[in-house]
Design a protein around this ligand. Sequence first.
Ligand code: FES
Length: 130
Amino acid sequence: MLARTGSFTAVAAGVAVLAACGGGSDTPTATQAADGSLAKVADIPVGGAIAASAGGQKILLVQATAGEVTAYSAICPHQGCTVAPGNGELDCPCHGSRFDLTGAVLAGPAKEGLTPFDVRVEGDAVFAGA
Ligand code: FES
């Protein structure tokens, strides 16, 4: 339903990079690579996540166990804020909802988990789509 199989607007960067965010946030963020990948697997911490974007949609790329990458919409089901990678979980900065690395609610006020987003690993990179 949320999977995109179409083309992406590739960022001019040649490789996926981790970029330090401005504005006082240290949320790791992937920049889409010229090959259309969302990130390199190695850029996603094992037992953690990074923020990324796919076709303009904010997503979270999760590597709960080494080599297995899943993704979720970063849009909080509570009131639509952007959920960010936390310490082994996914955290909404607006009202404190917390999600585990499967997108399930750990703490509200969100009552529903994060919406899955289809990704696949090809080689050392993560691409949108099943
Ligand atoms: S919008 Fe995420 S907890 Fe309220």
